[in-house]
Design a protein around this ligand. Structure first.
Ligand code: SF4
Length: 200
């Protein structure tokens, strides 16, 4: 991490150019983008970085952890999460932050996001033995912050869902049967062409 006083947009621009040349220019080749789309991709990536400076002043942020990989068990299910960042608030409690490059979801999809953040809350509280006051999603494209304050009840509900899903997975593995559950997202699924739910 750069020293606080050096966390400026100029530093971000210099580091972005360096990382692009050293790593990402080659890695994105696999996407097969046209020159025009590649240009657009780079600009959109940069706008996300710029938006972060509009949302907060990185010079005033002190993170206790970045890209922290955490693991825990819920029953016999293993939960693994990589928390983008977390810092302590003025009361010494943790605030979790997760960067998003997509658009802020509509209200009906917020439950899914709440679930993801609650997993992070449980991971932090259980493995680091610290209290979490808030968890937030930072939508860089739109410069919007979405914050939740998960309760103990939210954590218990999340664990129940994890255990139910894990139980379904184990049953599926034992019987070899995994029921297809078509949703609107099927249109983006790579397996749609041979998925039984879409057989004609
Ligand atoms: S198309 Fe994909 S997402 Fe949809 S039900 Fe089939 S496997 Fe699941």
């Amino acid at each position: 991490m750069e020293p606080a006083e050096e966390r400026t947009l100029a530093t971000a621009r210099r580091l972005s150019a360096k990382l692009w040349a050293e790593k990402w220019e080659q890695e994105v080749e696999v996407l097969g983008l046209s020159d025009e789309n590649l240009h657009k991709f780079r600009w959109q990536s940069w706008w996300c970085i710029e938006a972060l400076w509009a949302m907060e002043d990185p010079r005033s942020m002190e993170f206790a952890g970045i890209e922290k990989k955490l693991e825990m068990k819920v029953g016999d299910a293993k939960l693994l999460g990589i928390v983008d960042r977390y810092h302590h608030d003025e009361n010494g409690k943790i605030v979790i932050g997760d960067y998003k490059t997509g658009k802020k979801p509509r209200a009906k999809y917020e439950e899914e996001k709440r679930f993801q953040l609650t997993v992070y809350v449980d991971l932090i509280q259980s493995t680091l033995d610290e209290s979490v006051s808030a968890a937030e999603l930072l939508y860089l494209k739109e410069g919007v912050r979405w914050t939740i304050h998960p309760t103990e009840e939210d954590v218990l509900k999340m664990r129940e869902v994890v255990m139910n899903v894990w139980s379904e997975i184990k049953t599926g593995c034992a019987t070899g049967t995994f029921e297809a559950r078509p949703t609107i997202l099927c249109d983006w699924c790579n397996y749609k062409s041979f998925c039984p739910a879409h057989e004609r």
